[in-house]
Write a protein of this length. Structure first.
Length: 470
């Protein structure tokens, strides 16, 4: 695979200086990404055959340095607004539970194979010599990269349970599959999930939500490794049946995988900021969390069918539980939950066209998410039923989007036009009597009684209570 890697001029000057005392190699994710044709974000440099002090002296003259710790043998160099990690080759060995339970032993004389063996996957264990322009690949990571396979580098993989969740998000980010022997190894450490701090669990889920190109690959990894049981809200989707006429793709788990893959192909997700991307993919993942509790087989239109009546509302509590379980920030629930419990609202428009008042109230109900966000979740839901296509459903979604756009509520919820200052101007004294008046005015605004301040003021004048008798 060709290595597409361009190094900044000042960074190359640093490497040239380090070369005089050691053998600098680029390692880890920057090499992997360059081989995949992606722009590397982080640069890690490993320097064998040099002491820690020699390396530090070579770096300090180029910029601000931060010694992470002599015991780790890592020095951070800030250069031109970027940060680079320089380190000695090192061994790591498990000494206790948790991510801090490791002994780190820097050793500048380690062989390339020994130094790379501490890395999680073979695709992350490839080094690059920028001066010889050669790859150093003792664990055959390049061939796994070509085959899009995640394979553990050594048996030491089991020492850090976070590596299973790294496999989960790597598979989703790069459309990789997990090697069967690595999946088997992950199953042997499924009981160590409790060692992980919730902040680390969230870190991997967040990467899944923000960087996936095929989210379903990550869910495949959780299932293959036996780690799906640690996320029971998702595990419950496997085996929950759906009516084949409406869902030919299979059970709810399979449907959810298709929906997540559809979401990351939509422009609203690809072009969104982190807040929006995160909310949209988690809402898509959770949109059918209510189905396991509501799915029954019953007679419908003269036939026995699988139905999940009111599963939208039932999905609210498990969505909140799931997001807490993975350590998601509290504000994310405020985005995701209303998208989940309203994700079938477009079908209401099949019975009668949406009124302006309904759209205004919907926009308010789902805030801080927007009608455009809700339409994206509904679109992904519709696309998650291959090979079934439903132009009629997409037409309903577009009808809602168009109505919201016309009312200027596609991207934001309505705000009250009438405020306390308007009541003061009408002679209403400050006090608790203001709130019911303002609430009533906002309800009237949502119903379309007025659309600007002048209209709101006129409405208030008509609805102010009469002054008390003298």
């Amino acid at each position: 695979m060709p290595l597409q890697l361009t190094l900044a001029e000042d960074f190359r000057a640093v490497l040239d200086a380090v070369r005089r005392i050691g053998q600098p190699r680029l390692v880890g994710g920057c090499v992997r990404d360059a081989l995949l044709g992606l722009a590397p974000k982080d640069f890690d440099v490993e320097v064998p055959n040099v002491s820690f002090e020699e390396l530090r002296r070579a770096l300090v003259r180029f910029g601000s340095t931060d010694v992470v710790g002599r015991s780790f043998g890592v020095i951070k160099l800030r250069l031109g607004g970027a940060e680079y990690d320089f380190s000695l080759p090192r061994r790591e060995s498990k000494t206790g539970a948790g991510h801090r339970g490791f002994a780190v032993d820097p050793d500048p004389l380690l062989s390339d194979a020994e130094a790379a063996a501490r890395r999680d996957f073979t695709v992350n264990a490839i080094a690059y010599d920028p001066f010889a322009d050669t790859l150093i690949d003792p664990h055959h990571g390049e061939s796994d990269l070509r085959a899009k396979i995640l394979r553990h580098t050594s048996a030491a993989f089991t020492e850090d349970p976070l590596r299973v969740l790294r496999a989960f998000q790597f598979a989703a980010r790069f459309d990789f599959t997990l090697a069967p022997e690595t999946a088997a190894l992950c199953r042997t450490i499924a009981d160590t999930f409790g060692e992980l701090a919730v902040e680390r669990v969230w870190g991997e889920w967040d990467k899944w939500a923000l960087k996936s190109v095929k989210p379903s690959r990550g869910l495949d990894v959780l299932e293959a490794t036996g780690w799906l049981r640690h996320f029971p809200e998702i595990a419950a989707l496997r085996g929950t049946p759906q009516e084949p006429e409406w869902h030919p793709e299979g059970d709810v788990f399979t449907h959810t995988q298709h929906c997540c893959d559809a979401m990351v192909r939509l422009d609203v997700w690809r072009e969104g900021d982190d807040v929006r991307r995160r909310a949209l993919l988690f809402a898509t993942l959770a949109h059918d969390f209510g189905k396991p509790a509501t799915t029954v087989r019953m007679e419908r239109r003269g036939q026995m069918r699988w139905t999940s009546h009111e599963h939208e509302a039932a999905g609210g509590p498990p969505t909140e539980t799931f997001l807490r379980r993975i350590g998601a920030p509290a504000e994310l629930t405020g985005w995701v939950r209303p998208l989940v419990i309203n994700h079938l609202i477009h079908h209401h428009g099949a019975r009668s066209a949406f009124t302006d008042a309904q759209v205004r109230r919907l926009a308010l109900r789902i805030a801080p998410a927007t009608v455009d966000d809700l339409c994206a979740v509904m679109t992904a839901d519709s696309f998650g039923r291959p090979p079934l296509q439903s132009p009629a459903t997409i037409a309903l979604i577009e009808r809602l989007r168009a109505r919201a756009k016309k009312l200027a509520f596609q991207h934001a919820a309505p705000r009250p036009l009438m405020l306390g200052r308007h009541l003061l101007a009408l002679g209403v004294p400050p006090g608790p009597q203001m709130k019911p008046l303002l609430d009533a005015a906002f309800e009237a605004q949502l119903d379309g009684a007025f659309a600007d301040e002048a209209g709101g003021t006129a409405w208030l004048q008509k609805h102010l209570p009469p002054p008390p008798p003298a």
